[in-house]
Ligand binder design. Sequence first.
Ligand SMILES: [Zn+2]
Length: 325
Amino acid sequence: MGKINTVLGPIDPESLGITLAHEHIVAGYPGWECDPLARPYNQGKMIDVCLRSLEPAKNCGVNAIIDATPIDLSRDVDVMRGVSEKLQIHIVCATGRYMESGGNWMYLKQRQRNKIGDMKTELYESFMKELTNGIGQSGVKPGVIKVATGLNCIFPCEEATLRAAAQASKETGTPIITHTEDGTMGPEQADLLIGEGVSPQKIMIGHMCGNSSLDYQEDVLRRGVYIAFDRFGLDLFVPDQVRIATLVGLLGMGYADRIMMSQDFIACGHGRGGRPPEEEIKKVINWSFTNIFRNIIPALKQSGISDDQIKTMTVDNPKRFLIGI
Ligand SMILES: [Zn+2]
């Protein structure tokens, strides 16, 4: 069996244990760096902030995290390494890019406009650089490639990203993790990647819990890919009760071996901080690295879901996905 790349180097897949399939250690939407009032970029302090929210997850048994932060959302492998060392938790980081409306595309668009470089080729070369030589000077090699698409549409930069990711995945064996906007375009993402030659077991279609239609879920699952129920706690999009009901339905249909769970939590965000109004906070009151252990798994068990099914989703599937079987 192959090794899995983590921010502290390759590990034996058997040592992964309980794995959160889609979270963020450090992330920030492009533009925060233009805010003169943004908090200073202090990596030591950021590691402390991350440890405070991750320690409770470690106490719940979490042993590994897939950090789904793409390059253009201020991914920080130094902070990830610090957190991984201090907490003794495995962190698998990503190469890849965010969706066209939320990512940082002006530079590549301008190069394409000036006919300096073709966007898909330049994305492919950038992913391959990180996958084979490591990120920057860190030597850290990503364990997944992140791609993303917009609401009800795959925009041109996103299509270039998916095709570049597929090529890099085929050449390196690296699995692909996706962002869907509100759970849309799952079948289209799967078709495009599989059409480019990526095997379905190397694809995890993300944020599928944003869509509560079992027909839609099956439409994606019948393609043989993994799906992620990875936004538990973000009740402002879809209430957890609805995510749980959809998940129980899929488990009843026998899909435990294709589903992973996570929370899309961000341990440390960039920018100037601030607090939303109370009524907004109520919609994310349970959002944390521990929501699935405190609230979701107990609710699943009450609905008759077995310990075996939960282990399949939290231990076996992330391991099989990361080694591509
Ligand atoms: Zn995410």
